[in-house]
Design a protein around this ligand. Structure first.
Ligand code: ADP
Ligand code: MG
Length: 252
């Protein structure tokens, strides 16, 4: 079973009269438990691809399956429940609610879930803030935390729903180099411990180096697929994305 399967997906945006082809015929599938980077320059389609996988947006054409469930024909509203149970999000700008404490930010997505009791919420908040090393900061507001600490809160918040997939859009772009590396290491450690699938976008070589699997995008197309073993990448490159994908459709 694939955790994510994308078949011939295109995404167009309308910008006034002009059509922007953000993704052009993307076909990919990811095995559960991967630690995967989507890499490419600014404007190449990384955020668009993550938003489609995260069911925040819908494709113009093509199919997307999350845990073998077809999500492509449904609206983001209809997918709110699946998102709230399955997908954790981490953003470049952390996106914490400024008036809430670290603990309240982590609890926030659990409040949408009527199957999780108050006691269970408190347990999860304490557990995941401990995992990200912030037990001493539970009552701090975002503006009382450093960038790295804010991103740790965001990681705890993403994990609190016990997602099968965590999506992170350029999670280190607003952090200094050392802090960025620490955040990546923490994500990898969580990936290994909980077998949670991590899909993150980046244009930073050092971040790419931490991934086990790589999808390179350029101008809305897949440019190369990479698999890493023993710190070495083997890359399948191509000019036309459909060739690579047909030859090597499974990333796992
Ligand atoms: P990346 O995350 O790699 O920088 P994006 O996925 O944000 O790339 O954007 C891919 C392309 O789609 C770019 O050309 C961008 O300008 C365009 N785009 C993204 N979002 C919109 C939107 N809401 N409306 C119009 N064009 C968009
Ligand atoms: Mg982006």
């Amino acid at each position: 079973m694939s955790v994510v399967r994308i078949e011939h997906v295109c995404k167009d945006y309308l910008l006034g009269e002009q059509k922007v082809q953000a993704l052009k015929d993307i076909t990919l599938s990811f095995d559960p438990g991967v630690f995967l980077a989507i890499a490419g320059p600014s404007g190449s389609g990384k955020t668009t691809l993550l938003n489609l996988i995260g069911c925040i947006d819908t494709p113009t054409s093509g199919k997307i399956y999350i845990n073998d469930q077809d999500v492509s024909g449904r609206t983001p509203d209809q997918l709110a429940d699946l998102r709230g149970r399955t997908i954790g999000f981490i953003f470049q700008t952390f996106n914490l609610l400024p008036v809430l404490s670290a603990a309240e930010n982590v609890e926030y997505p659990l409040l949408q879930r009527n199957d999780i009791s108050r006691g269970e919420r408190a347990k999860r908040v304490a557990y995941f803030l401990d995992i990200v090393g912030l037990t001493k900061f539970v009552h701090h507001r975002p503006n009382q935390l450093s960038g790295g600490q804010r991103q740790r809160v965001a990681i705890a918040r993403a994990l609190a729903i016990r997602p099968s997939i965590v999506l992170a859009d350029e999670p280190t772009a607003n952090l200094d180099r050392k802090t960025g590396e620490e955040i990546l290491s923490l994500m990898k450690q969580i990936n290994r411990t909980f077998k949670t699938t991590f899909i993150f976008s980046t244009h930073d070589k050092r971040v790419i180096a931490k991934a086990d699997r790589l999808v390179r995008v350029n101008d809305g197309e897949i440019f190369a697929l990479g698999v890493r073993s023993d710190a070495k990448w083997s890359l399948a490159r191509n000019r036309r994305s459909s060739d690579t994908v047909a030859a090597q459709p499974q990333i796992g």
